[in-house]
Design a protein around this ligand. Structure first.
Ligand SMILES: [Cu+2]
Length: 527
């Protein structure tokens, strides 16, 4: 049952692709995979320019589509690639030569999350790279890095309305592994508009909430840039009934409380579907799978649960790590996990994503031909908060070269539920002081979380290495998004090797849009 769609030409086709997604099984089957591998192997080694000329431009359409959620139609955005599926897949050595066609009916700009393009192609709405008007086309051309990446807009809150898609860049070594690729993209879904969600959180406008927060921080007796834990706790409890929030506190082993899931969602999606009608991916008997999990949710974190299967995490945020075996792995917002799974002979194997601090779950099913597909409940036992237990065990396959830091900075992460505003070093985007960098410098950033929510911090344009968690030094993963736990501390290091203007922000959408973003800017970049 493999249905492939023709390239999307216009809105109605995009909508049709969405409707038919119920029937769709990931066509990147083993057969396709081998074909791609053989084609790749047959390519002669060409100098960069010649190879670039050989790869045709790909068309990526930002449009709208209708999907079915909880039995109801929902109009959402989409990013549909040349093969009719969401996103872009590139072969080994292939350049990212993409024409982004805006048919979304509104302005947009799409960020290639984790990729390292020149800064004006990064998809952030700087004045030097303005948003793409409706009906306009924007061309991109850069050398991508291999691995599991994704794309999402940096315009308004379109990300919450599902304008997100995988960006998979294959490399030759991975293709030689002969594994079936399975992409699992996670979302949180609400029938409310993102503006309604934000208004429910702030109870006012974002600027008003920021002004209130700033006033509180300046009040005598308060630590600058922090919101006292009990303040956020009590306001949480007081606010929950009338704002539509379902926020909850979780007791942690140390007796400390933290805030989770401050937005109530109507559904959690795995490849656009819920467990009422999950995607079933056909696998071979005893199949070998590379599962690429992408947390594309706007403000939700999950435990990837392989059930009885044991997998090996071999890459995080597209970058290789020494394998870590297990059956349950935490994934923060915007992060990716590549998990190798060797399946038993026959059967159906649910791959679940369980919302932290909640019983709700979503997922897909890997199944050999003829296997009975079990019915999977949409809620189960409450999952614990996502944490850095996996992060602490990760070691980079290619760590940064050892050297002393030229610049060491501390960035305090602060904010709270009331007023709902979030800051970096006491500043609220866009009123921020850029951190100025020189090309060639080694930079270390100490992220210190003085709030009761975890913050998945994402740096554009650079891959950084996690070099300490809560003061414990490590040769951790190289990645683009790292979770800083409530009252926790994470140190990252990176080389300033990509001149430009680069956002550094919390990937929790509602933290980002209420202020939790700053800029790293290279000297000499005129603005
Ligand atoms: Cu945050």
């Amino acid at each position: 049952m493999v249905v492939q769609h023709a390239p999307v030409a216009n809105h109605s086709d995009a909508a049709a692709a969405g409707k038919n997604s119920r029937l769709r099984v990931d066509p990147f089957s083993r057969r396709h995979f081998l074909k791609a591998a053989l084609a790749a192997a047959a390519l002669p080694i060409l100098p960069g320019a010649a190879r670039a000329a050989a790869s045709p431009r790909k068309r990526l359409v930002a449009g709208t589509r209708i999907i079915e959620v909880n039995g109801l139609p929902a109009k959402v955005f989409g990013l549909i690639g040349p093969d009719g599926r969401p996103g872009i897949r590139l072969g080994p050595g292939e350049r990212f030569r993409v024409d982004l066609v805006n048919e979304a009916g509104t302005r947009t700009i799409v960020h290639w999350h984790g990729q390292l393009p020149p800064w004006t192609q990064d998809g952030f709405p700087w004045s030097e790279s303005p948003p793409i008007e409706n009906s306009a086309v924007q061309a991109y051309d850069y050398a991508p890095i291999p691995g599991t990446y994704w794309m999402h807009p940096h315009q308004d809150m379109q990300e919450q309305s599902l304008m997100t898609a995988p960006l998979i860049v294959h490399d030759a070594a991975e293709l030689r592994e002969d594994r079936q690729e399975v992409v699992l993209m996670l979302h949180d879904f609400t029938f409310r508009t993102p503006d309604e969600v934000l208004a429910g959180l702030t109870g006012t406008s974002a600027p008003t909430a920021q002004a209130m927060a700033q006033k509180m921080e300046e009040a005598p007796g308060r630590t600058v840039g922090s919101n006292a834990p009990h303040a956020s706790m009590s306001s949480m409890a007081a606010d929950a009934p009338d704002t539509g929030m379902s926020g909850m506190d979780m007791s942690r082993p140390g007796g400390m409380h933290m805030d989770l899931n401050d937005v109530h969602y109507d559904a959690f999606l795995a490849n656009d579907r819920t467990l009422a009608d999950p995607e079933v991916v056909r696998v071979e008997r005893g199949g070998r799978v590379r599962l690429r999990v992408i947390n594309g949710a706007s403000s939700s974190q999950f435990w990837v649960d392989l059930g009885d299967l044991v997998g090996r995490v071999v890459a995080t945020d597209g970058q290789p790590v020494h394998p870590v075996a297990g059956s349950r792995f935490p994934i923060a917002m915007a992060q990716r996990l590549d998990i190798l799974i060797d399946l038993p002979e026959v059967g159906a194997f649910p791959i679940l994503a369980r919302l932290e601090g909640d019983g709700r779950q979503t997922g897909i099913v890997l199944a050999t031909t003829g296997a009975r597909i079990p019915r999977i409940a949409e809620s189960a036992q409450t999952a614990p908060p996502v944490d850095n237990s996996l992060e602490a065990r990760l070691t980079a396959v290619e760590p940064l070269p050892a050297r002393h830091a030229d610049v060491v900075r501390t960035i305090a992460l602060a904010g709270g539920m009331k007023p709902y505003a979030w800051s970096m070093n006491g500043e609220y985007w866009p009123q921020v002081t850029p951190l100025m960098l020189d090309k060639g410098q080694r930079i270390e950033i100490d992220l210190v979380n003085r709030s009761m929510m975890a913050h998945p911090m994402h740096l554009h344009g650079h891959a950084f290495q996690v070099i300490a968690i809560d003061g414990r030094p490590m040769q951790g993963a190289v990645r683009d998004t790292v979770l800083v736990m409530p009252m926790g501390r994470v140190r990252i290091a990176f080389d300033a090797n990509n001149p430009g203007r680069w956002p550094f922000h919390c990937h929790y959408l509602y933290h980002q849009v209420t202020g939790m973003m700053t800029e790293f800017r290279y000297q000499g970049i005129a603005t």
